[in-house]
Each structure stands twice: as structure tokens, then as C-alpha cells.
Design a protein around this ligand. Structure first.
Ligand SMILES: Nc1ncnc2c1ncn2[C@@H]1O[C@H](COP(=O)(O)OP(=O)(O)O)[C@@H](O)[C@H]1O
Ligand SMILES: [Mg+2]
Length: 237
């Protein structure tokens, strides 16, 4: 059998203090998690609980962590920067909380961005048009982000994440900025992708997203630095 889509063991992240004299912030200590291939997992957590931090580790966007992160059979810490970039490019679709669309580009060009990086995407332009049609924006390819509604921007961001047809999609509060009806559209798109066999991990603070998932987990508030005197898991020898 192939490895699960995601396996985390003893994962933690330390953020340096934002101001001198303040303790560093330790998050996700001893976080263990396995996500099966083809599973749709929602992780709920309040603001500040570490959801974005977790997704950035899983998506290979932040390499500064302790513990083991395995994605699609690869130990992320063991990969070179180049190998990690290749994995991200071909296998991981990432939908950012703030969409991250480039304002100077059209919707279609934004969807095509992954093609400009790394090894490119075969038949990129056709796939980009298909991806836009897929999210219901076939006629908006020439529109710049500023001319699109919040829901449309989010769908452009999802189309971009789908361009390389990755087996794994990570999404950071994808309905956080959307009204109820637009949010429903995005959620049904996720359900469709799941039915087609994609593995989805979505972090959210919205129950309506969790309802669509196979499984829901809760991320508790990010743990703060250890109390004085106690040995902390992130403390080096
Ligand atoms: N670059 C950073 N430097 C220091 N602290 C950070 C940084 N990014 C996030 N944090 C802190 O880590 C905690 C978790 O943040 P985040 O993962 O963004 O949570 P969530 O996405 O669940 O709202 C928050 O308390 C946040 O202030
Ligand atoms: Mg966040």
C-alpha cells in the first residue's frame, strides 16, 4: 500500500518573539496527524490557533519546524529546496487565506502563474481555461482581480491551485471572506474534487466547511512557551 497523503509526527514550530523581552511562541507541539489518500479532512481552530502555520508547514512554504512532516510519501525535511519546489509544483495545490492574486495580471494570467515557475505545466493555457470554467469563471479570464468580487477572486485562487492537477489540495480558510451563498458554491466545488479522488485538507473556523468533510479535527490554541523550570519540547539540549 502507498503511504498516507499526510503524516505528521511530533511537529512543532517556534516563532521568535515579536518584541525583545517577550517569550517566543511555540505552536503545535507534539502534533500527530495522518490523512489518508482521498480523504477530505477539515481542521477547525479559532483565530490564532495555528491553522495557517500548520498549512504552511504541510505545503512546504515554511521549513523551519521540528518533528517529521511527510507529504505524499516524502519527508519534507529530507528534500533539497529544489526537490521541495518540484513536489509543491506538481503535487500540492495551495489556496491562501488572502488569495494572493497579482493585481497587475488578469484572472487567466493568475491561474497560469504556476506555469511560469519551475518545470511549467503541460498544455498550460488550455488547462487554465478549463480550470476557470471549472470554478464557474469561463467568461472572466480577462478580468483583473480588482474587477472581481471576493467570491470570484477566491475561485480564481482555487483554479490556480488546480492548474497542475495536484493530488493534494490545502486550503486556508477558503470561505472566510465569502457570503453564505458564494461560500456554498466553493464548498460544493471541494466536494466534487473530493469525489474525483483528490485529498483535501481545509483549515477553517466555519462549521459549514466541516460539514462537507469526511472527518473534522480541532486545533487547540497554539501553546505558549514553557513555564519557567519545565523542559519544553522545543528546547534544544
Ligand atoms: N511570523 C510570525 N511571527 C511571530 N508570531 C507569529 C507569526 N505568524 C503567526 N504568529 C503567531 O502564531 C499564532 C498562530 O498564527 P496562525 O498560524 O496564523 O493562526 P491561525 O491561522 O489559526 O489564525 C498566532 O498567535 C500568531 O500571532
Ligand atoms: Mg490563518
Amino acid at each position: 500500500m502507498s503511504e498516507p497523503a499526510i503524516r505528521l509526527a511530533g511537529v512543532g514550530k517556534r516563532y521568535p518573539p515579536r518584541e525583545p523581552g517577550v517569550a517566543p511562541l511555540d505552536l503545535l507541539i507534539e502534533l500527530d496527524l495522518t490523512v489518508a489518500r482521498g480523504e477530505f479532512l477539515a481542521i477547525e481552530g479559532q483565530s490564532g490557533s495555528g491553522k495557517s502555520t500548520l498549512l504552511h508547514l504541510l505545503g512546504g512554504l515554511d521549513r523551519d519546524f521540528i518533528g517529521e512532516v511527510r507529504v505524499l510519501g516524502c519527508d519534507l525535511s529530507a528534500l533539497s529546496d529544489q526537490e521541495l519546489a518540484a513536489l509543491r509544483h506538481a503535487q500540492i495545490g495551495f489556496v491562501f487565506q488572502s488569495f494572493n492574486l497579482l493585481p497587475g495580471l488578469s484572472a487567466l494570467e493568475n491561474v497560469l502563474l504556476p506555469d511560469f515557475f519551475g518545470e511549467g505545466v503541460p498544455d498550460a493555457e488550455r488547462r487554465a481555461r478549463e480550470a476557470l470554467a471549472r470554478v464557474g469563471l469561463a467568461d472572466k479570464g480577462q478580468s483583473p482581480p480588482a474587477a472581481l468580487s471576493g467570491g470570484e477572486r477566491q475561485r480564481v485562487a482555487i483554479a490556480r491551485a488546480l492548474l497542475a492537477r495536484p493530488p493534494l489540495l490545502l486550503a486556508d480558510e477558503p470561505t472566510g471572506n465569502l457570503d453564505a451563498q458564494t461560500g456554498e458554491g466553493v464548498i460544493s466545488l471541494f466536494r466534487e474534487l473530493h469525489q474525483e479522488g483528490m485529498t483535501l485538507l481545509i483549515v477553517t473556523h466555519e462549521a459549514r466547511v466541516s460539514h462537507a468533510a469526511d472527518r473534522v479535527m480541532v486545533l487547540r490554541e497554539g501553546r505558549l512557551a514553557a513555564e519557567p523550570g519545565s523542559k519544553h519540547p522545543l528546547e534544544s539540549e
